[in-house]
Design a protein around this ligand. Structure first.
Ligand SMILES: [Zn+2]
Length: 309
């Protein structure tokens, strides 16, 4: 069975109508059904047990956070009714003791530490909030004229405050390709995995890289594999995608077929790359090695390949 793709089960509705209706938005700030999703210095509010879950706030605690928050952004409304809004608030400016009275038994935790243990919807909601707040925090100035920007349309965009410019800036996501390179052979063939020096000890993962200007996704796959491992590939085949707000990527997952075998570590990115047979990947612990974290699309791409006959 193919494992789920983490952070990809966001079920909030995001109709532009919600964001542009100021009266509706104002009403949400005072609505007891509104859920507040706090972000503090890239960390999310989580009840950190064996089964961690997202903690959202409503009522007095929600109003308390809204009053002291920095950026605020509407994430969307849930499926149960269009008035059940989810709003992300950034409280990074405050020290923890200020926030503690509103946190109950929850704590601010880096989603990357616990996302793999969370329910799909919870993890996706927190990933959405974290990514959007990150974008707001890093776009306080207009890239066109350098003047300050302000959040507009309930956080759907930022608008330049210079009246002669007034440019609207929309949240950006950086596309990155991530690919499992395979080659045919006995017992299901082999795949190419590599490791960066900063990986957890013994971890081998699929290759990946950002998409350059003027480049298609398929060209990016071909270029990255050759740059990193000296392997030529073809039959570049899209498999799946994953929001990866650590800090601002959209991972586009591919499978590619190698047309060469000899590995040559090209640039300074990888410290090693190897071919692994299916059997070796399935029992990678026997080699003293490990696969990437389970909440990554890298793991999903490997698991999908392993599950094939
Ligand atoms: Zn401007």
């Amino acid at each position: 069975m193919i494992e789920k793709i983490y952070y990809s089960e966001n079920r909030l509705l995001r109709s532009p109508n919600f964001f542009s209706d100021e009266n509706w938005i104002k009403a949400r700030f005072h609505d007891k059904n509104t859920r507040i999703v706090p972000i503090w210095r890239n960390c999310s509010l989580i009840r950190n047990t064996d089964s961690p879950c997202a903690v959202t706030l409503s009522g007095n605690h929600a109003r308390g956070l809204l009053e002291i928050s920095g950026e605020i952004a509407l994430l969307g409304v849930d499926e149960s009714g269009q008035d059940n809004a989810y709003i992300a608030v950034d409280v990074s400016e405050h020290e923890l003791p200020t926030l503690t009275p509103m946190m109950g038994s929850a704590e601010f935790v880096d989603l990357r530490q616990v996302g793999v243990l969370m329910d799909g919807h919870d993890g996706s909601l927190l990933a959405h909030a974290r990514g959007l707040m990150y974008w707001h925090r890093h776009n306080h100035f207009c890239s066109e004229c350098g003047n300050p920007t302000l959040s507009a349309e309930a956080g759907r965009l930022r608008r330049c405050t210079n009246p002669e410019c007034g440019r609207d800036h929309f949240p950006r996501t950086d596309p990155a390709v991530i690919m499992l390179v395979t080659r045919p052979g006995p017992e299901g063939g082999a795949c190419l995995l590599g490791r960066h020096a900063n990986f957890t000890q013994g971890m081998y993962s699929t290759l990946a890289g950002f998409v350059d200007q003027g480049e298609t996704l398929e060209q990016a796959v071909i270029r990255e594999v050759f740059e990193e491992a000296g392997i030529h590939v073809e039959d570049v085949d899209y498999r799946a995608s994953q929001p990866w707000p650590f800090p601002a990527s959209l991972m586009l997952g591919y499978r590619a077929r190698a047309t060469s075998v000899g590995i040559e570590i090209g640039d300074d990115e990888l410290e090693d790359a190897r071919w692994f047979t299916k059997k070796q990947v399935a029992n990678i612990g026997d080699l003293g090695l490990r696969l990437p974290r389970k909440d990554s699309i890298s793991y999903w791409l490997i698991a999908e390949w392993l599950a094939e006959d």
